[in-house]
Write a protein that binds this ligand. Structure first.
Ligand SMILES: Cc1cc2nc3c(=O)[nH]c(=O)nc-3n(C[C@H](O)[C@H](O)[C@H](O)COP(=O)(O)OP(=O)(O)OC[C@H]3O[C@@H](n4cnc5c(N)ncnc54)[C@H](O)[C@@H]3O)c2cc1C
Length: 446
């Protein structure tokens, strides 16, 4: 019998443009597709409630896609991925494990150890790129250092990128003579006990097919006007591909090629921000919990549970902020312009720690992604790479006038609320001044 290859699925939940799968198929041996659920290994940044909902749907979709190819997905719940892989190797007689890379600090450390241990045991262990246009270690500035500013980063990536065409979905996935035991997807208990996710169910179609359809629709209907409409939260002016990209249901390389006409566009630059976020996470892994700019460790953050809850529940009395927080709660997603506004309000007007915001987004966003969420929050707080300067405080009222001039978005989310707070929980002008004063304390020599 030919020894099988274990194909370890993680955040690469697709069959097309999947380098690890293609490499395994080319070997001409049986393939055992596996998914291991082990949130414990992800520490405090283990998937939150909204991404678990997405993962449940996406794994279901992957199971169906594999079964259309005559294959299966072996699912296991474990608290130790290395041990579970060893078990699977023993049960199946596999001599190789292939997977796609992830870039979160704890996952990198775990995967390196697994790779070493497997190789020491005589098992072939190979990892592949499935998530990025360019690996974070393959690009550096002219001084040989990681980039910390987006524009020169993206200029260099765009100028040097020479990407082969995406890989096709394999026509056949060879199967083993017997299958290792699999847990039912439902047994992972990814869905919350309380059925609060009907809004998400209406808004999204997780899975590879849904991702490609989504891209097609965006390219047909919206990309040409993206420059003008991408800042208008009442419209569907952006691609809404972020959760599909996070779970690897579509690759940035597929986008790069399918949208070849738009390579120099603002839309592709946003894909570039996602790349930049991964570049930063890889080179500055401590930033998931610490400011990139260390002087911000001394920032005098406030502590106010009531105000934090008002922000989380969309009850600050500031309409654009509350509309955004309600969109997030209801659909698991929030428009980028509004993300910037609600984040600025939390870290500047309320002066609550950016990590409070990052954690709430982590639990409620279907696209919660450690690279992009960390970058977004540090950008808003002024303490990250290429960040908004701390003294530039978004005014949520003028942002609403500019980007939601007919109040369409605000009405959609807070229109019917008879108990809507009569006044904001903070005075916008005073809190802005207090934020700038707090920031100035950082500039005084201690
Ligand atoms: C405070 C804050 C937190 C954020 N947290 C996340 C997060 O957890 N996960 C996440 O995917 N994005 C995050 N973003 C970035 C951005 O808001 C979303 O990627 C975007 O709104 C997704 O919508 P879209 O797919 O329609 O984007 P489009 O405008 O269509 O952009 C296409 C793709 O480019 C990428 N992209 C766009 N903008 C950014 C950006 N600023 N940073 C990184 N990638 C970007 C996304 O993958 C997106 O799908 C955050 C932004 C802020 C300000």
């Amino acid at each position: 019998m030919t020894a099988p290859i274990i194909l370890w699925f993680r955040q690469d939940l697709r069959l097309a443009d999947h380098a690890a799968l293609t490499a395994a198929v080319e070997k001409g041996v049986p393939i055992i597709p596996v998914f291991l659920w082990c949130p414990e290994e992800e520490g405090e940044w283990a998937p939150g409630a909204a991404t678990r909902w997405w993962l449940y749907q996406s794994l279901g979709s992957l199971e169906r896609a594999l079964s259309e190819k005559g294959s299966r997905l072996v699912i296991r719940r474990t608290k130790d991925s290395a041990a579970e892989l060893r078990k699977l190797i023993k049960e199946s007689g596999a001599t190789a494990v292939y997977w796609s890379r992830r870039y979160e600090p704890l996952i990198i450390a775990r995967d390196q150890l697994i790779k070493q241990n497997l190789r020491d045991a005589g098992i072939e262990a190979r990892s592949f790129n499935a998530a990025l246009l360019v690996e974070p270690w393959d690009i550096q500035n002219n001084s040989g250092k990681p980039f910390q500013v987006f524009t020169p980063y993206w200029r260099k990536v765009s100028a040097t990128l020479d990407l082969p065409k995406p890989l096709a979905t394999p026509a056949r996935i060879p199967t083993p003579p017997t299958w290792p035991v699999s847990t039912e997807l439902d047994a992972l208990k990814l869905l919350p006990k309380i059925h609060w996710y009907s809004g998400m169910q209406e808004a999204w179609r997780p899975g590879e097919r849904g991702a490609m359809q989504h891209l097609g629709r965006f390219l047909d209907d919206s990309v040409a006007n993206y420059g003008e409409t991408r800042n208008l939260p009442a419209q569907t002016g952006t691609s809404r591909l972020s959760p599909h990209l996070h779970f690897g249901e579509i690759s940035p390389r597929q986008i790069w090629h399918t949208a070849a006409k738009w390579r120099g566009s603002q839309f592709m630059a946003e894909i570039g921000w996602r790349e930049f976020a991964h570049h930063l996470l890889y080179h500055f892994p401590r930033t998931t919990n610490e400011p990139l700019r260390l002087e911000y460790q001394k920032f005098p953050w406030r502590d106010d549970v009531k105000q934090l809850q008002a922000w989380q529940r969309g009850r600050t009395g500031v309409p654009l902020v509350d509309a955004g927080m309600r969109e997030l709660w209801h659909t698991g997603w929030m428009h980028n312009r509004v993300r910037m506004v609600v984040a600025s309000f939390l870290v500047k007007n309320l002066r609550l720690h950016w990590l409070e915001g990052a954690r709430w987004f982590w639990d409620t966003l279907v696209d919660a992604d450690l690279a992009s969420n960390t970058l977004g929050w540090q950008w808003a707080a002024g303490c990250g790479a290429d960040a908004a300067p701390y003294f530039r405080v978004f005014n949520p009222e003028s942002q609403a006038e500019k980007f939601d001039p007919q109040s369409e978005y605000i009405q959609r989310w807070i229109g019917g609320d008879k108990n809507y707070p009569a006044s904001p929980i903070v005075d916008l002008k005073e809190s802005r001044a207090a934020a700038i004063a707090a920031w100035q304390t950082l500039r005084k020599p201690s």
